[in-house]
Ligand binder design. Structure first.
Ligand code: FPP
Length: 245
């Protein structure tokens, strides 16, 4: 079921499910600090939440899930945290390869892939190829920022102009959308941010134009199925007008 599709739930209320959910998974560090643990323990616990969210998306028929796993700014974190996070991501791909294949989930990484280690690039590429034909998609934003995605799109468009295949006055919003990292993926209907910050943090800047926002104080490692359903239910009650009346 997708955007605007309606299903009666038990109470007879119409249910509107997002087709695409994007999540800013914040609060791993605070979760660890509260327990006197190293920050990396928070990221580890956060990657378990990722596994659970994938199941909840399957149960609720969400077609696209985008997760903000590592921003271009995150390279400035202490080297130990950066390398720990990269290992965690590599491990996630390794450990979940069979499950993604079995559950028919297409994995895609969006971001500056060239910044990743060769091993991680290879692992990503292999799994992207193996899962390319599946409809349900997990997009992981890695070395990603909305601004660098727009730079990427601008460069690609400039190349087409330079090559003479596009003229400047033919450039439309569709041209920009069509040159982003995952041009075929619809814009997110719902963006969830955990741990209470009211910021977009350079995430999906072009794509979020009409997204609904949902912020919860819950820290990412504690994000539960109830929290997920609360976000979906809040979305279902929203009245999206896309600038109309
Ligand atoms: C923000 O919390 C979170 C991150 C920078 C990393 C998110 C990564 C994961 C959940 C791990 C693995 C991801 C996948 C897709 C397997 P923070 O460190 O900024 O927390 P804080 O604001 O409390 O310090």
């Amino acid at each position: 079921m997708g955007l605007f599709s309606r299903k009666k739930d038990d109470g007879g209320e119409p249910v509107v499910r997002p087709k695409h959910i994007a999540i800013i998974m914040d609060g791993n560090g605070r979760w660890a600090k509260k327990r006197g643990l190293p920050r990396l323990a928070g990221h580890k616990a956060g990657s378990e939440t990722v596994r659970r969210v994938l199941n909840w998306c399957r149960d609720t028929d969400i077609r696209y899930l985008t997760l903000y796993a590592f921003s271009t700014e995150n390279w400035r974190r202490p080297a130990e945290e950066v390398s720990g996070l990269m290992k965690l991501l590599e491990g996630f791909i390794e450990k979940n390869e069979a499950e993604l294949l079995e559950k028919k989930v297409r994995l895609r990484v969006i971001g500056r892939k060239e910044d990743l280690s060769e091993d991680l690039q290879k692992a990503v590429q292999r799994l992207e190829e193996e899962t390319a034909s599946f409809e349900r998609q997990l997009l992981i934003a890695l070395s990603y920022s909305g601004r660098s995605e727009l730079v990427y799109a601008a460069r690609r468009i400039a190349e087409q102009v330079k090559a003479g295949t596009l003229s400047p006055d033919e450039i439309t919003e569709g041209t920009i959308s069509g040159n982003l990292y995952a041009p075929d993926v619809p814009d997110p209907d719902l963006i969830i941010r955990t741990s209470g910050e009211l910021r977009i943090s350079n995430f999906l800047l072009w794509e979020c134009a009409y997204s609904e926002f949902y912020v919860t104080d819950v820290l990412w490692p504690d994000f539960s199925e109830k929290d997920f359903m609360d976000a979906l239910n809040a979305y279902s009650r929203r009245n999206r007008r896309f600038g109309g009346v």
